[in-house]
Design a protein around this ligand. Structure first.
Ligand code: NAG
Length: 365
């Protein structure tokens, strides 16, 4: 519940993050007057659209008629599409995708959450059961997780070989989690702050966030953009090579190729976080955590791995900003455990909440 309240308390900032028009960064790129935008006219009164809650999953909250709502979302599937396995799973909760390849010989991608007392050594043994196993390092403070491909029968057998050691398993999927950038409408200059920036009074109070590291989990960041004022750095890249469960590359912080943004969404979100003219916290240090490829797609494993890197190796104080979502009521136990561990470690985690005036608590991953 504390986690829930924390997220709810961040809705203001999230609104700014989620609702700034996608075109902002492109607009910033061509905004060259050098004048501080504080003198610019404010947007008109904030209008709140009534929430419309679709009754069934999966839902798509993109509203083409509202350019603000069209910026982020990303609804692919939800827990409603998963089946909780009831077979002999040795006490573990297993969420499989019924839409997955039913061929029993197919090695499907799994995320395993182990009991909290699991060690590096135990994870190494379990990880070795997979041909492409990847593990976290609980001895360094990470949440005990193992990722890899296996057949469903193989998974069942594995769980029975380690009874009571695996808490839950979630089948992964390669999903598109951000929309493609909208075409530039030809406008070359923005004259107002987005309403979300005003809502958190970032138009009036500049210079926030000095000394804070903000980790932006997204498609990467164009760190050389003027608007980042040299405050943006390359963090980690999970998308190269593009495999499952993937490889975590720790970037050289000034690299312009590692964790670089080709898609645009990550730079847009990072701009909302901390661009010099329009950012919520224009004093913050911004880190590119590339967990989505150049088409805006990725494995949830990549996000979990990035979170676990922040947990064990990231700076403090830290904020994690993730304008990524895979659906409301998403109930991915390994991912939730990963995010909860960050919150428990004092990291402020801000996640997108659907851009639809819904209760942010229903969007916690
Ligand atoms: C793992 O599973 C994913 C998703 O089905 C697939 O794309 C990939 O090729 C698999 N890898 C292996 C080594 O089986």
């Amino acid at each position: 519940m504390a986690h829930c309240l924390l997220i709810a308390g961040l809705v203001g900032a999230l609104g700014a993050s989620g609702l700034a028009p996608e075109g902002d960064l492109q607009l910033m790129q061509t905004w060259s007057s050098g004048q501080p935008p504080r003198s610019l006219a404010r947007d008109g009164p904030r209008s709140v659209r009534p929430a419309v809650y679709p009754p069934s999953f999966p839902i798509d909250l993109r509203d083409e008629a509202d350019p603000r709502a069209a910026t982020t979302t990303i609804v692919i599937f939800s827990v409603g599409e998963f089946a909780v396995g009831s077979g002999p799973f040795a006490g573990a909760t297993v969420c499989t995708r019924p839409t997955a390849d039913p061929d029993p010989r197919t090695k499907r991608p799994w995320k395993l959450l182990l009991e909290s007392d699991a060690t590096d050594a135990e994870l190494k043994v379990i990880s070795a059961e997979f041909t492409n196993g990847l593990q976290t390092y609980p001895d360094k403070g990470q949440v005990p997780l193992v990722f890899g491909n296996m057949t469903e029968d193989g998974l069942r057998a594995l769980l029975n070989r380690y009874p009571g050691r695996v808490k839950s398993v979630q089948e992964d999927e390669f999903v598109k989690m951000v929309d493609d950038p909208e075409p530039n409408d030809g406008q070359s200059e923005r004259r107002t702050y987005p309403w979300g920036i005003q809502y958190v009074q970032a138009d009036a109070v500049r210079g926030r966030g000095v000394g804070v590291s903000v980790y932006v989990l997204d498609t990467g960041i164009r760190i050389t953009h003027n608007e980042f004022g040299g405050r943006a750095f390359a963090g980690v890249d999970l998308t190269t090579p593009e495999t499952y469960p993937g490889t975590l590359t720790t970037c050289s912080p000034t690299s312009t190729t590692c964790a670089n943004d080709v898609h645009g969404h990550g730079s847009h979100c990072a701009g909302t976080v901390g661009s010099s003219s329009y950012g919520v916290a224009d004093g913050a240090t911004i880190w590119s955590m590339k967990v989505l490829n150049n088409a805006g797609s990725g494995w949830t494993t990549w996000m979990v791995m990035a979170e676990q890197w922040i947990l064990a190796s990231g700076n403090r104080p830290a904020v994690v900003s993730s304008s990524i979502q895979v659906g409301p009521n998403w109930n991915d136990a390994p991912w939730l455990a990963s995010t909860d561990a960050l919150v428990a470690d004092g990291v402020t985690v801000v996640v997108a909440a659907g851009n639809s005036n819904q209760d942010a608590c229903t969007w916690i991953r």
